[in-house]
Write a protein that binds this ligand. Structure first.
Ligand SMILES: [Zn+2]
Length: 143
């Protein structure tokens, strides 16, 4: 699996991975309208991401829990709504297992458990995670 080819929202880390880039989100704490879902439900804004004038909004449907991404160029809408795959706490582990090699994943898990680990595998894991904008420190609490 080439995980970074797809668009995913890693909810526990509030991170959007899109076009091989990672964006750190800003959570929306209030219930702001985020459009209508095709199921007829109302969508609420969940997180905003920005990068060099481009902004992305992820909204979630209150009824079917679908998550969609809307792109903005400044304040202008840019492009169609896109469905986004959400990775929760449990799926995060699965995602890492697929994204990293077995030895990299193993080293990460061992480090998380405070056991001895292969340090060259861990530095490879660290580099690969940095490629998608994630630090080892923030991931350790989830594995
Ligand atoms: Zn819906």
């Amino acid at each position: 699996m080439t995980a970074v080819d797809i668009m995913i929202f890693i909810e526990p880390l509030n991170r959007l991975i899109k076009d091989n880039k990672a964006f750190k989100g800003e959570k929306v704490r209030e219930e702001y309208f985020g459009g209508f879902c095709e199921c007829g439900g109302i969508m609420f804004q969940k997180s905003w991401f920005s990068d060099d004038g481009a902004r992305f909004l992820i909204s979630e449907c209150e009824k079917c829990w679908k998550n969609e991404l809307i792109s903005f160029n400044g304040n202008q809408l840019a492009g169609e709504k896109e469905e986004v795959q959400v990775i929760d706490r449990v799926e995060l582990r699965e995602f890492l297992r697929e994204y990293l090699s077995p030895s990299e994943y193993e080293a990460l898990v061992s480090k998380g458990r405070g056991e001895s680990y292969n340090s060259s595998a861990l530095s490879r894991a660290k580099r690969r995670l940095e490629d998608i904008g994630i630090t080892i420190e923030e991931i350790l609490g989830f594995i």
